[in-house]
Write a protein that binds this ligand. Sequence first.
Ligand code: NAD
Length: 374
Amino acid sequence: MKNIDNPFYTATSRRQALKNIGIIGSAAALSPLNLACLKEEKKLGIALVGLGNYATLMLAPALQKTQFCELKGIVTGTPEKAIKWQKEYNISPAHTYNYETFDKIKNDPAIDIIYIVLPNFMHEEYTIRALEAGKHVICEKPMAMNAAGCKNMIAAAKKAGKKLQVGYRLFYEPHHLEMKRWANEPFEGRIKLMETSLGFDMARPGLWRIDKKMGGGGALMDLGPYVIQAARRAAGQNPVSVLAQGFIDDPEIYKGIYGTYTWQLKFADNALCNSTASFSSYTDRYYVSKGYDYMELKPAFAANAKMSLQSRDESKSLPCNEYQQTTQMDAFARNIFDNTAVIASGEEGMIDMQVIDAIKKSIETGAEVKIDYA
Ligand code: NAD
C-alpha cells in the first residue's frame, strides 16, 4: 500500500522491502535511493508554540513515542515554563524562544517543524510567520478564524515551498479509518443518514474558548471541525448546504456566541447529517446508517480513549498507538521525507472552515445556506 493511504507505513517496512529486492547490503549501497533511507534516520525536530493544556498533556508525551520526529524546541511567554520544559524534555536554551524572539527560529537548523498550539485567533498569524521562517508547520484546529484565513495560510505554504498539516489526529486513527472504509463501501447501499455530535461543559467565564474575539464562536469553532469532518469522511463527499440553529442556555456566559450549535448538512445525493457542538452538555456521537445496518463509534472523538466500533452484528476494537498524536506527527514527518501529499492538509482544514462560515451565516439569516467552496 502507498504511504499516502497508510499512516502505519514505516521506515522499517520500507527497509524490509528494499532488503527483499536486494538493494540494502548490495553493490547498490551508494544509490540515491539508499542515501535517502540513511537520511531518514535523522528525526525531524519539532518546536511547540504555546505550552498550554494540549501541548503539555498530549503533544509532549506523544513526542516521546514518535519514530520520525522529536521535541527539540519550545516557544513560550512564561520563563518558568521554559525552565521546567527544558529540564523535563532535555531542551537546549538555544532552541527556546518567546513571542518576541519567535522569528529568530528561522536561523535554527535543529527545528524542521513548528507546531502551533495557540488560541484560535493566533493560528493564522503564527502559521504564516513560521512558514516565512522556512519551516514546515502543523497548526491546531480550527485552522483559522474563517475560510479566508485558511486561504492565506495555504498561499503562504505554497510560497515558502513548505508542508502544512492541520492537527487533525483522527484523520490517522484506525477506528475512524475503518468507519470511513465501511461507510464508503457500496455493500448494504449508500449512506443516507448520519449523526455526529461533540459537547461538554465549558461554561466558565474568562476562558478564551468562549471569548468571541479569541475563540471565534465557542463550541462551533472548538468542536465543530471534528463533527463536520467525520460526516465528510463517511459521506465520501462534501456537503452542499446547511441549515443551522444556535441556542443560549446561560446568557451570562455566552456573549455574542451560542452555548449549543445544531445543524443539518445536506449532500448532493440527499444524504443528511444531523450535528451538534455544545459547551453546555456532554455528547459524543458518530453514527452512520445504511438501509439495513449501521456503524457507531464509541467514544467517538475523544483523544486516546479506548474506542469500539459497533454494528448490528459485532463490536470491535482495533489496535492503535497509545497517542493518536504520535501517528499524526509521524505521518507528517513521512510526508516531508517522501515529499508526499499531507492527508490532514490545509485544504481539508479550509473545507471545514467553509462549512463553519456557512453555519454562522445560516444562524444569522435563519435560512438554509449553500456552502461556498470558492
Ligand atoms: P490552552 O489555553 O491550555 O493553551 C494555550 C496556550 O497559548 C497557553 O500556554 C497560553 O499561555 C498561550 N498563549 C500565548 N499567547 C496567548 C494569548 N495572547 N492569549 C491566550 N493564550 C496565549 O489551550 P489548549 O487547550 O492547549 O488549546 C490550544 C489549541 O489547541 C487550540 O487551538 C485548540 O483548539 C487546540 N486543541 C486541539 C486538540 C486536538 O485534539 N486536536 C485538543 C485540545 C486543544
